[in-house]
Design a protein around this ligand. Structure first.
Ligand SMILES: Nc1ncnc2c1ncn2[C@@H]1O[C@H](COP(=O)(O)OP(=O)(O)OP(=O)(O)O)[C@@H](O)[C@H]1O
Length: 278
């Protein structure tokens, strides 16, 4: 009986450890520090196995202490990702605005992006969420203005003083422009990715913000969340992605209604088919 209890406890422990390790792997696999950590872990595993098998006591002792060092190092290497994850845990509300206010803002914002794209005016926006973007505000000019398409077109016009850099939007207002965002140094599949797009990736890797890029070269519109860039979005796809991010509940509800209506339409067609067969 006690053997079975011990057996299940061991199985449970192994399962819990694997689930935790897998979740940690999933959360960090695309991050900048992941390769360093995987390399270090592999090196430590090989050295510890060799020292255990050959009974090399001094190396084993060093390995044991290095594990502790690695845990401390991971806190430093993954500091932005940990900050992000903890902020997500701590925040329950991303927008302190009513759904209708956010809806209105998204309409205005989509209109601005569409005009920027048609006119091929390069632009970069970062939407602040639970992690403050104050440190990036300091690199540009702090503002506190109502957002409008005309405002965005003026700021990003290539002949204005503020066009270089990104605009920060916080609480549906323009908090600053001409801000310098951290540029991601990650290796990207598309090697031609320029600095504006890399800055969008970089700032969303460091904070939980959402970045929107309009390419000056192609007019393409992209959204970046958690360092993942969705490029070349059509107007509809862009709008729907924005709603998914900022109005997730409303979007879910709409999708459910669509599915329900499609289902009902299918039932009706099926019914008609049966009647015809009869
Ligand atoms: N770190 C940064 N933070 C904010 N904006 C930046 C940063 N680096 C570059 N930019 C903006 O990007 C512009 C240069 O973009 P670049 O052509 O290198 O990028 P891109 O991704 O190819 O964009 P595009 O498709 O618009 O040309 C700069 O003029 C500047 O306004």
């Amino acid at each position: 009986m006690s053997f079975i209890q011990d057996y299940w406890r061991a199985v449970g422990e192994i399962l819990i450890i694997w689930i935790c390790l897998y979740q940690i792997y999933r959360a960090f696999k695309d991050t900048r520090g992941a390769r360093i950590m995987v390399g270090l872990a592999l090196l430590l595993m090989v050295l510890s196995s060799v020292s255990l098998i050959l009974d090399l006591k001094v190396i084993w002792w060093i390995m044991k202490h290095l594990f502790l060092g690695m845990a401390a190092a991971s806190l430093i290497i993954f500091q932005p990702e940990l900050r992000n994850a903890l902020a997500k845990l701590g925040s329950t509300k991303l927008f302190s605005f009513s759904q209708s206010q956010t809806h209105e803002f998204l309409d205005t914002f989509s209109e601005a992006v569409s005009q920027l794209s048609k006119k091929r005016i390069g632009a970069l926006f970062a939407f602040e969420r639970s992690i403050s973007l104050k440190e990036h505000l300091k690199t540009g000019v702090e503002l506190d203005s109502v957002f409008s398409p005309e405002f965005a077109l003026t700021v990003f016009h290539p002949k204005t003083a503020l066009h270089d850099g990104g605009m920060i939007i916080a609480q549906n207002r323009v908090a600053g422009a001409g801000c310098v965002f951290p540029v991601s140094s990650r290796e990207l599949s598309d090697r031609s990715t320029g600095l504006r797009h890399r800055a969008a990736i970089g700032v969303t890797e460091e904070a939980d913000c959402v970045a929107v890029v309009v390419s000056e070269e192609t007019g393409q519109v992209s959204i970046c969340v958690d360092g993942k860039l969705s490029r070349g979005l059509s107007e509809d796809a862009f709008r729907s992605k924005l709603e998914h991010i900022f109005l997730p509940k409303e979007r879910e509800h709409e999708e459910k209604m669509d599915e329900q209506l499609a289902g009902e339409a299918g039932d009706l067609d099926g019914g008609r088919g049966n009647l015809a067969a009869d």
